[in-house]
Design a protein. Sequence first.
Length: 236
Amino acid sequence: MNILVTGASRGIGAQLVTQLAEQGHTVIAASRNITELRRLATTIAEHHPGAAIHTLPLDLSGNNAGDNFTDRLQSIIPHLDVLVNNAGALINKPFPEITLGELQYIYEVNVFGPFRLIQMLLPMLSAAPAPSHIVNISSMGGVQGSAKFPGLAAYSSSKAALANLSELLAEELKEKNIRVNCLALGAAQTEMLETAFPGYKAPVTAAEMAQWVGWFAINGHRFFNGKVLPVALSTP
């Protein structure tokens, strides 16, 4: 399969790229941190010389996000089977102190960026020989009725928006042979978790969470479409 993973330079994204490449898929790792991406690709190639791993710079934080990205992607693969919107940004700050600029940045990365990226990639997703799969990575903090925590108003509300967008896109894109699901992740041991909950030790490692996300990205659309699925042992 041809699989694109955003936010691939660290945490769950880096583990996901590594595991998918080791399984023999053609993986395109995208992030604004191209230095870390190239380091990741080099490590994968050293351990698995035949791995089909490609890196592309992608910054979802501004209006120019994705400029020429589709052209670069099409030079690598003819179609896209799976898109994992894993890139995310978090700020841990009391609600009264969050600035408009900070709020806009969180929404640019977590909502507007994936929105625009999906729009750009629709032709490549529609061209897949079998139903393609968009997996949006949300958070348990964005699930209605779940536990909520101080300081995460911007992050959790943006993830709720991404989850709702996933439900809407599943309905709108089904005639294009594209299926859309959203995984609301609980606590996994990543740098982002440390930012949100300093000192907390998660019961799941980034590699373990990536293993489940990878399986779902490849197989989940055979069973689900338009679903927001909690994947959590703890929150946190």
